[in-house]
Design a binder for this molecule. Structure first.
Ligand SMILES: Cc1ncc(COP(=O)(O)O)c(C=O)c1O
Length: 398
């Protein structure tokens, strides 16, 4: 075979996808595996989304779509974003929106559009594992801000300030966070913005994909609702995967200044083109669902979260932080790790010995933690946690 190019040498394989395929294989061969790795809701889409797709099929919607998305869909996304960012000087319009093949694709394109080689992108650890890889693909350099479990994994303004430099091109915020479940309040965002005011050439990329899954009393706060004066330098990314269980239909979007959307449209026009017409029809239905629908789902997740934390309490060796959003518990396992071990070893042994799959914290920048998903049924949560507790209690440090 002729040689491959070097561009992809900088990135690693997605650990979560690799683990998931291993679990599927074990299950297929009849093993009783409890899977706590899911990064997607376990329920089906609301029937109205299927209906909209059927309508689109009957209407013969099988042709190319406009590169940045159907105008009606872009308008609906602008409206949703404006409702979450109430005090904007210039409310967003369709021209401020581009629809892409999932939030991951949206973010990938953003880094391609804004980065020059060597530009630094600041992100909070634990971070979503694709951020550093996507930054590297854009020839940028990830710069990590550490956060602490004792601060609920929320970054302090001092830590952010220490990470900023004249080379900083962007800061990624992700609230609610995958994997930590951290949720930033309005005042915490304002404090970070006070630091960023001294760096006017730095973009803020706010990944708000878990906006509908927030458990704290204050509720979800979009970055631009806390700091509307940052409108010209903020890129909001969101999508249908987590709120509407529409992971497989691949719809995400980017909202920002018109010049940015123009650049992203050029890139998308020469790569994927406009996204699937049927998925856009479903998006319209998803965006029209009443808030009550999302609140009910949120309540289901909250119940499962509480159940998971209660089950894990049975081992004093597990460090628990109460997640305020998303559907993951990010728990510390340092007390049972040997000096040479990391969470990858832990996850592999747990899977072999107790047949429970969890995601190790290493690729999230936290090698002493594991991520447990509660986007699964209560029985699996109870049995999975029972096995984890038993494994922890019996494990001898090597
Ligand atoms: C923090 C975060 N951002 C973005 C995404 C992208 O989701 P999708 O590409 O399915 O829209 C995910 C998915 O796991 C995520 O966890």
């Amino acid at each position: 075979m002729p040689k491959l190019g070097n561009r992809l040498d900088v990135i690693s394989e997605s650990v979560t996808l690799k683990l998931n395929s291993l679990v599927k294989k074990m299950k297929a061969s009849g093993e009783d595996v409890i899977n706590l790795t899911a990064g997607e809701p376990d329920f089906l889409v609301h029937p109205s989304l299927n209906e909209k797709i059927k309508e689109a099929l009957s209407a013969g919607k099988s042709k190319y779509t406009p590169v940045p998305g159907e105008t009606e869909v872009r308008e609906a996304i602008a409206l949703k974003t404006n409702q979450q960012q109430l005090d904007l000087k210039k409310p967003w319009k369709a021209e401020n929106v581009i629809v892409s093949n999932g939030g991951k694709h949206s973010l990938y394109q953003v880094f391609q559009a804004i980065l020059n080689p060597g530009d630094e992108v600041v992100m909070m650890s634990p971070y979503w594992l694709s951020y550093p890889e996507m930054v590297k693909l854009g020839e940028g350099t990830p710069v990590i801000v550490e956060t602490k479990p004792s601060d609920q994994f929320v970054a302090t303004p001092e830590a952010l300030e220490a990470a900023l430099s004249p080379r900083t091109k962007a800061v990624i915020l992700n609230s609610p966070s995958n994997p930590s479940g951290a949720v930033y309040t309005k005042s915490q965002f304002k404090q970070l913005a006070a630091v960023l005011e001294r760096f006017p050439d730095v973009w803020v990329i706010s990944d708000e994909i878990y906006d509908q899954i927030v458990f704290n009393d204050e509720g979800f706060c979009s970055f631009l609702s806390a700091v509307p004066e940052f409108q010209e330098r903020t890129i909001t990314v969101n999508g249908m995967s987590k709120s509407c269980a529409m992971t497989g239909w691949r719809v995400g979007w980017t909202v920002g200044p018109v010049e940015l959307i123009g650049a992203l449209t050029r890139l998308q026009g020469q790569s994927t083109s406009g996204i699937n017409a049927l998925a856009q029809a479903a998006t319209l239905a998803g965006l029209a669902l009443p808030q009550e629908y999302f609140s009910q789902l949120k309540n289901t997740y909250q119940k499962r979260r509480d159940l998971m934390l209660e089950c894990l309490e049975k081992s004093g060796k597990i460090e628990r932080v109460v997640p305020q959003g998303a559907f993951y518990a990010f728990v510390g396992i340092q007390s049972v790790l040997g000096s040479q071990e990391t969470a990858v070893d832990f996850a592999e042994n747990l899977l072999k010995e107790q047949k429970v799959a969890v995601v190790p914290g290493d690729p999230f920048g936290a090698p002493h933690f594991v991520r447990l998903s509660f986007a699964t049924d209560e029985g699996s949560i109870q049995e999975g946690c029972r096995r984890i507790v038993s494994y922890m209690e019996n494990k001898k440090n090597s």
